[in-house]
Design a protein around this ligand. Structure first.
Ligand SMILES: [Zn+2]
Length: 696
């Protein structure tokens, strides 16, 4: 267990998503699905639990996005606040309350928090030279400034962090600093900032992280924390904690509530975690509760679900702020996940290398449970993992459809056929053979086993154990063959079918945290009123229950379907640029000369072009390579119409293995330039370069 005691209530938070872009599956697998599985389980255990989240609506990424789109920060956050909630609810992410940090209420809560910190002498006030962009009339911090990393020499480090080596930086650390607003070389100009002297807190933080001790008293079970979380914190503390500025000279954010601090706002990483408190206050108000029970009572366990990039903020900075303020509890567990990659590369918003939840749900309107299942199977709990569409297809077809769906369907069909859909009577104990008894024993033990894994945040294994209940039933049915036995011993079949129905009934509860829609269908059909963990039992389904209608649970996924999804990757989408304000793609890892010469790049001429039916993004091109005429499918239909393309000379990767895309065999790939403004352009050869000319 995570706690050193049994808490009376649990407050769960998930990282506040930045309201500057849509939600992708990497976000879901990192901070939202794990929390949802955990919270659904706690609810079904009738525990006192509240789960809050909300949009993080401040910070440089949002103002930069607004500037790029020619709109206001408010319009950006209003748009994504709505869109993100739709994405979450589309995947049945069941927050108790979803708030936002641009609300008046939150500004007030964050300002009062800051004033209390000020009163408690938590800051060092320093007037220092900071970089200033004269053209944009603004001080440059965080993502407003880039330059060369002093640690690893990466050319595109930000003012707060180098994404290449992970180093935490100050703008003044950067070599050759440049404003991301104007591109100008900034000047130095004095300004006053409020710093959090983190070095003062090293000793107690070390005891808290390494030993789970707080003020000399056992606080939580440090051994239950993930090793990568503890490891990251230790390396921060070992490296010496630097003072960190908690204010910014910006217009967008929570204004610093001090006279003479006009034009200054709270650092986004000061105000965002306080957003958890605001969200809880709003929830408590709506539900007639006292928010202080959740934040200021040592009987409460506080858990932060986050991705690994937020560990320092939740394990070091926020605990310092809470302790400095006084009266607040500190997190007893921060089960951070690592990252999920996609089809062999890092998920990248700016390159559209992502599976966007909203687009996914357009393609798969009934796909909430299936995506949840695949993401939980691949959850990056201890190390980075990778999502592929082929894996998505295989897991749905071979596991959900073949194991779970097939098992449930056989039970429903046979119960209808033999007993008009009515569950047989409870068999007499004397009629049970050893196989039946073994099934009953496994079924009795499964819920506790699954629950224990969920409590320890081992969601991949927990889901596997829940699916093993279906496997158990499937195996039982296959071995007992009721369809054969019915001819000779119909009494025996009643026992088999009774027990098999019990397996389905238990699945209706143990699958609830993972596959809530499927679990509900099973409960409704098998007459189980609610998802209550304590109701699991080998006699959960009452005899004589008339099974309700239950259509096929999972349809199999075709190869063409996932090929169409793969074809969407990498095609530039204008609504999806939020991680690189420069938009220039970083240089990829080095490759070998042999790898390069293995590629047959040559000039070709487009002779015909037609749209591919029922797709928005694909065009089917016929190209003349000088040697042959071939078909190429290209994901450029949102940028070009067929008449723009016919007659063009293009660069073709001619020896790419043929791929079937939406039923069309694509024999090669047209090379395109993704421009920094989000556009897509052809690479047009000079005059005199002809079809068949080789590029080397
Ligand atoms: Zn670096």
């Amino acid at each position: 267990m995570n706690s050193i005691r049994t808490p009376k209530r649990r407050l769960i938070t998930s990282a506040l998503p930045y309201a500057n872009g849509p939600i992708h599956i990497g976000h879901i697998a990192g901070a939202y699905l794990p929390a949802d599985i955990y919270v659904r389980y706690l609810r079904s255990m009738c525990e006192d639990v509240v789960w809050v989240c909300g949009s993080d609506e401040h910070g440089a990424a949002i103002t930069l996005r607004a500037k790029k789109d020619g709109t206001t920060p408010q319009e950006i956050v209003d748009k994504y606040h709505v869109e993100m909630q739709e994405a979450f609810s589309g995947l049945d992410i069941s927050f108790d309350h979803y708030s936002r940090t641009s609300s008046k209420k939150h500004h007030k809560v964050a300002q009062e928090f800051f004033l209390q910190l000020l009163k408690n002498d938590s800051f060092e006030v320093k007037t220092q030279d900071q970089y200033f962009d004269e053209e944009a009339d603004q001080f440059l911090a965080d993502r407003y400034i880039t330059g060369t990393c002093p640690k690893c020499n990466a050319s595109d480090a930000y003012g707060d962090q180098c994404e290449k080596c992970g180093a935490t930086l100050s703008p003044t650390d950067l070599i050759n600093p440049k404003s991301t607003l104007s591109g100008a070389k900034p000047i130095l100009k004095p300004t006053t900032l409020w710093y959090l002297p983190m070095g003062r807190h090293e000793d107690w933080l070390r005891d808290y992280i390494e030993n789970g001790m707080l003020d000399g008293i056992p606080h939580h079970n440090a051994k239950a924390w993930k090793s990568h979380v503890v490891g990251q914190c230790k390396s921060w503390i070992d490296g010496g904690l630097q003072s960190r500025a908690m204010t910014r000279d910006l217009k967008w954010g929570v204004p610093v509530p001090i006279e003479g601090a006009e034009g200054k706002v709270l650092y986004v990483w000061l105000d965002a975690p306080i957003g958890y408190i605001t969200a809880t206050m709003e929830w408590a108000e709506k539900n007639g509760q006292d928010w202080k029970d959740w934040w200021q009572n040592s009987d409460t366990d506080l858990l932060h679900f986050i991705g690994k990039d937020n560990i320092v903020f939740h394990c070091l900075i926020f605990p310092i702020l809470l302790k400095q303020h006084g009266g607040y509890i500190l997190p007893s567990q921060v089960p951070a996940n690592e990252f999920m990659n996609l089809e062999g590369a890092k998920i990248s918003t700016s390159r559209n290398w992502a599976v966007w939840v909203s687009e996914y749900l357009e393609s798969f309107p009934e796909g909430s449970d299936t995506m949840r299942y695949v993401l939980a199977s691949l959850m990056p709990e201890q190390r980075d993992s990778e999502f592929t569409w082929l894996d998505y297809k295989d897991r749905i077809n071979n596991e959900l459809a073949d194991v779970l769906g097939n098992f449930v369907n056989r039970i429903v069909v046979l119960t209808r056929k033999y007993y008009n859909g009515s569950v047989p009577k409870t068999p007499a104990p004397s009629s049970l053979n050893n196989v039946d008894k073994a099934l009953i024993e496994s079924l009795s033990k499964a819920p506790a086993k699954i629950g224990d894994l969920i409590s320890r945040h081992r969601f991949r294994e927990a889901q596997l154990e829940a699916m093993n209940v279906a496997r158990l039933g499937n195996k039982y049915l296959t071995e007992e063959e009721p369809w054969k036995v019915q001819k000779t011993n119909p009494e025996r079949v009643k026992t088999i079918m009774y027990l098999a129905c019990q397996v389905v009934g238990n699945l209706g509860i143990v699958l609830e945290p993972f596959l809530p829609r499927t679990a509900e269908k099973l409960r409704v059909s098998f007459g189980i009123p609610q998802a209550k963990w304590s109701d699991t039992s080998p006699n959960i389904v009452n005899p004589d229950t008339i099974l309700g209608d239950l259509p096929i649970l999972f349809t199999k996924i075709e190869t063409e379907t996932i090929e169409a999804e793969i074809a969407k990757l990498g095609s530039k989408d204008d609504a999806s640029d939020n991680e690189n304000n420069s938009n220039i793609m970083p240089i990829k890892d080095s490759t070998t000369f042999d790898n390069f010469t293995a590629m047959d790049l040559r000039v070709a001429t487009v002779t015909e072009c037609i749209p591919i039916k029922k797709t928005k993004k694909l065009l089917q091109l016929t190209v003349d390579t000088g040697l042959d005429t071939r078909t190429v499918v290209s994901g450029i239909a949102e940028h070009f119409s067929p008449e723009d393309v016919i007659g063009r000379k293009v660069v073709l990767l001619a020896n790419l293995a043929p791929r079937n895309i939406r039923g069309v065999e694509s024999q090669g790939m047209i090379l395109m330039a993704s421009t920094s403004d989000g556009g897509l352009r052809f690479i047009t050869p000079e005059e005199g370069v002809n079809s068949g000319d080789v590029i080397s």
